[in-house]
Unconditional design. Structure first.
Length: 333
């Protein structure tokens, strides 16, 4: 083989590769908690993203100062991996435009993504994305800043497929607590935690629609928080159920104790990782043409499946076999 082609070069034929995001997104609101999250990320590596919260994290009346603090932390040496995003206020709150300006003016070169909450409809998301794009242009920021959209109202759920199709959207996140509250008591409080959050028909329907819309449009479905943080077995069980039954590939954390449990629960099994490494190594040796292994045929459709599995394994800190690790080297062999 004269030149080894990287999977990302050959498997998508000009299409959009599936986003390779960390399996856990950790929310932190105060300066102390954001700094603590960045310290933990520095120690564990970028196996989780940090979302600095300008919405619920900001004291009322001090939204400007809070956004300035968040921007400074994103632009600081504490942000070792450039995997810090920010959640701003929703489209109908007066603070969101100034928050966006402050974040991009100070940290636009390093902001990993922007989280848009409490959209009531497609138009709310379109308005905030248009403002983001206009501000990027005015500030001379040429890099794209991906958008993560929180689906936490009935209106946003109604428009979820059209939201997922918007340029720049990288993830759909389910906001369970606000979604339950938006139903005016029709959904019981027990549906905010397990097992109700997986068994109540209206919640299960919402999760299925969000995951289907995200995956159907090549973006990441992100699962809601688990309120339990002392018993990490509950956290891990919720993450596994979200992944195995509903197709979510990423999950929120609201307490540092939850992070490693979520990451571990969402890691591919070792046998799956080994199989993917073996298949992709053989595919690369065959210049990505069809192959057979153990009497089973493989082509680019299965290669894409196993490549994305390896990406999830890498993003969750799995030690990959050398045959697979080379695909993640700065300059693949």
């Amino acid at each position: 083989m004269s030149k080894a082609l990287h999977p990302a070069e050959v498997l998508y034929a000009g299409g959009k590769p599936f986003p390779a995001l960390a399996a856990c997104e950790h929310f932190a609101g105060s300066e102390k908690l954001i700094a603590k999250a960045l310290e933990l990320q520095s120690r564990l590596g970028p196996i989780f993203d940090v979302t600095a919260d300008c919405e619920d994290g900001a004291p009322a009346g001090r939204e400007r100062e809070h956004a300035q603090m968040v921007a400074a932390l994103i632009d600081s040496p504490a942000n070792r991996f450039d995997r810090v995003g920010a959640r701003i206020h929703p489209a109908h709150h007066p603070a969101w435009r100034e928050e966006l300006e402050l974040l991009l003016a100070r940290a636009g070169a390093r902001l990993a993504y922007l989280v848009l909450p409490k959209a009531e409809c497609l138009g709310d998301v379109e308005m905030q994305i248009a403002a983001l794009d206009a501000l990027r242009s005015r500030l001379g920021i040429t890099r794209p800043i991906p958008v993560h959209v929180l689906i936490e109202t009935p209106g946003a759920l109604h428009d979820v497929w059209r939201i997922a199709q918007l340029p720049g959207v990288e993830s759909l996140d389910f906001g369970l607590m606000d979604f339950v509250s938006a139903h005016h008591g029709a959904i019981p409080a027990s549906a905010m935690r397990s097992p109700g959050q997986f068994s109540h028909p209206l919640i299960a329907r919402a999760k299925c629609e969000i995951a289907a819309a995200a995956l159907g449009n090549g973006i990441v479905p992100t699962h809601n928080v688990t309120t339990e943080f002392r018993d990490t077995r509950v956290v891990a069980a919720d993450a596994r159920r979200a992944r195995e039954e509903f197709g979510f590939l990423r999950m929120w954390s609201i307490h540092p104790n939850q992070i490693e449990a979520i990451v571990t629960a969402l890691q591919p099994e070792a046998a799956e990782t080994d199989e993917a490494a073996s298949i992709l190594s053989a595919a690369a040796a065959a210049d990505w043409g069809p192959i057979q292994i153990d009497g089973r045929l493989h082509d680019r459709a299965s290669y894409r499946y196993y490549w994305e599995l390896l990406q999830r394994a890498h993003a969750t800190g799995v030690t990959l076999p050398p045959a697979a690790a080379r695909f993640f080297a700065p300059h693949p062999a």
